[in-house]
Design a protein around this ligand. Structure first.
Ligand code: URA
Length: 237
């Protein structure tokens, strides 16, 4: 049994401000198990009671998991005063408080981004100890050589002396490659290619672990998935 204040429950699940919800409840916009409730501090049993707010069913979920095909030009951040973030792209029916992207992609990087409010989940996916490899496809401004592949596999040392773990580089063409890394250092792939004298023209994340970017998601689209659909993500190399 999980008891919560009615205003808090609605505000958290629907990402509507607590003040707006309080006013709405006082005006009679909330039904709990079919009865109108006008006290914001009413105790609701989130597992047993059905709650409707302004005609919309409020279904309790402890956490949500959203997969997005991040477009270029938006920030992977929870909020920003001026610039558009990935959270701004989430439709209102999926939005709720506390959502954040699991690992950051640069503003110009596209592709797979998981957004959740489950901190433990995010930690497991990002921890280098777990060795969950993230797969990217990069288009480069020069040719990839066998030596580039070898250097990546041995562990690149970045310009500031940071040692990267071994990475898997598979040429997909003269200037295109698939890269798998299990860390998330700032601008890591761009900096790794910088060490071998190559510039990254475009970068797309295509998979995290074994979980691939769904083909039905166009750039900027997202959809909710169940945690168990992400389980393959945890298959360690
Ligand atoms: N490496 C980068 O350089 N940028 C990204 O967005 C992700 C990995």
């Amino acid at each position: 049994m999980s008891i919560q204040r009615l205003d808090r429950f609605i505000s958290n699940q629907l990402s509507v401000s607590r003040k707006t919800v309080k006013d709405g409840i006082r005006k009679g916009n909330a039904l709990v198990s079919g009865r109108a409730v006008t006290s914001p501090d009413y105790s609701v049993d989130t597992e047993r009671d059905s709650v409707v707010y302004c005609g919309q069913a409020v279904v309790y979920k402890q956490y949500v998991y959203i997969v997005m095909n991040k477009p270029a030009g938006v920030l992977s951040a929870s909020e920003d005063k001026k610039r558009r973030t990935v959270i701004d792209l989430i439709p209102s029916e999926l939005k709720r408080k506390g959502l954040f992207p699991v690992g950051r992609l640069d503003k110009d990087t596209t592709g797979l981004l998981i957004i959740t409010d489950d901190g433990d989940f995010a930690h497991s996916v990002l921890s280098p100890k777990k060795e969950i490899y993230k797969t990217y496809v990069a288009v480069l401004d020069g040719e990839i050589t066998e030596d580039t592949v070898r250097q990546f596999s041995e562990g690149i040392v970045l310009a500031d002396g940071t040692v990267c773990r071994k990475a898997f580089l598979k040429p997909l063409g003269e200037r295109k490659a698939e890269i798998k890394i299990c860390e998330g250092k700032f601008h890591q792939i761009k900096r790794m290619f910088g060490v071998v004298g190559l510039g990254v023209v475009s970068l797309e994340r295509t998979a995290m672990g074994e979980y691939r970017l769904p083909e039905d998601l166009s750039a900027g689209e997202c959809k909710e998935i169940q945690k168990n659909q992400l389980i393959p993500l945890f298959s360690e190399k």
